[in-house]
Design a protein around this ligand. Structure first.
Ligand SMILES: [Zn+2]
Length: 141
């Protein structure tokens, strides 16, 4: 057996055959890729779940007639809001940064208070400029 006989990336057994072979056989190759794909799918699913939950929490706070409402970060957290995840950041014409989860967002008023807003999709044009935020819109992700 050569010193550097490669090991199968899936089952870690020595691979026989060509030096650049990475898997014992098709079974190991498929099993390895299925594992990778399911890990990726789970990571994406978990974060999507957080983002959608965040959006729902913000949506439930805002009555249909209002575009802005003030609340406490503690209250959001109590409802299960996850401050680690947002889809993008909007900067208002006054330079305030709104952390958005899809079409809803919030900004910090002080260390404990947040302002929740709904982005009016009807006023979003193709360049991403908002009627609500006429001057600058920054997308960080
Ligand atoms: Zn194998």
């Amino acid at each position: 057996m050569p010193d550097h006989q490669p090991l199968c990336r899936h089952c870690q057994h020595p691979v026989k055959g060509r030096a650049d072979k990475k898997f014992c056989n098709d079974y190991c190759r498929n099993a390895h890729h299925n594992l990778l794909n399911s890990a990726t799918t789970n990571a994406v699913r978990n974060i999507n779940h957080c983002l959608q939950k965040n959006r729902r929490i913000l949506e439930n706070l805002l009555p249909p007639s209002r575009q802005l409402i003030r609340t406490s970060a503690e209250f959001l957290q109590y409802r299960g809001f996850n401050f680690h995840y947002h889809t993008h950041i909007l900067t208002s014409s006054r330079g305030n940064q709104f952390f958005c989860c899809y079409d809803y967002g919030y900004r910090w008023m002080d260390a404990v208070t947040v302002m929740v807003m709904k982005q009016e999709s009807a006023s979003v044009n193709q360049s991403g400029q908002k009627h609500f935020f006429p001057r600058s819109v920054n997308t960080l992700h």
